[in-house]
Design a protein around this ligand. Structure first.
Ligand SMILES: Nc1nc2c(ncn2[C@@H]2O[C@H](COP(=O)(O)OP(=O)(O)OP(=O)(O)O)[C@@H](O)[C@H]2O)c(=O)[nH]1
Ligand SMILES: [Mg+2]
Length: 222
């Protein structure tokens, strides 16, 4: 199997990240490549969910993954085992990616022949929400052990996401987590957000998520 690259990416020299992000989206549209920005706090289940997502979609879509972390290459190694094209991005201590860093990652990954690229952003509920990466859609994972009040505490993150996956529903009996309250808290921040409860570990709820993602990719690439 092909070895993946580890790329040190540098923060933007451009003053206006929003302009760079808009340009990147236009280029992705022209190339018919769909970029998903996946965010969560550390350990909510991004890599596990990505593994399930690739398993479900790899017969229909050619998929690449950019694993962004401050250090290590464990996530790219995990993703590479699925057969998807993978790259590990090191952010030089930054807790988020901006559009220029995302562009560097896409160049390092090489998007030729890909339909879907997923960026696993740095685990954090604050900084990644503040920077448009140029992605077509934003998704986030909130996991049950984090608590149903997180949409109230981290409003920006919930307000910018098109989809919120509520992961680790298999451990709900062990936590004081009220699913209906959590959904209401998300809707308070973002009435349009699609909310999908899943267990990435048990492979539950993944079909609804991958149907949503597959349809979004098709609509973008038409
Ligand atoms: N019980 C349970 N555990 C899960 C589930 N999904 C992930 N985990 C576990 O949660 C831990 C973290 O999962 P990862 O997929 O590495 O989470 P991550 O968000 O990629 O973590 P970082 O990249 O470090 O931020 C691992 O021990 C997983 O096995 C789930 O649905 N249920
Ligand atoms: Mg991970």
């Amino acid at each position: 199997m092909e070895e993946f690259k580890v790329l040190e990416i540098k923060t933007s020299v451009f003053a206006d990240n929003n302009i760079q992000a808009g340009k990147l989206r236009e280029e992705l549209k022209a190339e018919k490549v769909f970029l998903l920005n996946l965010m969560s706090s550390p350990g909510a289940g991004k890599t596990t969910t990505l593994t399930r997502t690739i398993e479900a979609l790899k017969s229909d879509l050619r998929i690449g993954v950019m694993e962004a972390d401050i250090d290590s290459d464990v996530d790219a190694r995990t993703i590479q085992q699925t057969g998807a094209r993978a790259i590990q991005l090191h952010t030089g201590g930054m807790c988020h990616l901006d559009a220029e860093m995302t562009r560097q990652g896409l160049e390092g990954l090489n998007t030729d022949g890909l339909d879907l690229v997923i960026l696993e952003n740095v685990g954090n509920l604050v900084c990644p929400a503040e920077f448009d990466t140029g992605a077509v859609k934003n998704a986030m994972i909130l996991s049950v052990p984090e608590g149903d009040d997180k949409p109230l505490k981290y409003p920006l993150m919930f307000s910018i996401c098109d989809v919120v996956l509520i992961n680790k529903v298999d451990v709900m009996p062990y936590f004081n987590f009220d699913m209906e309250k959590c959904k209401a808290n998300i809707k308070l921040r973002n009435p349009k957000a699609k909310i999908i409860p899943i267990s990435a570990l048990k492979n539950e709820g993944i079909r609804e998520w991958t149907d949503w993602l597959g349809n979004a990719v098709k609509a973008w690439c038409e």
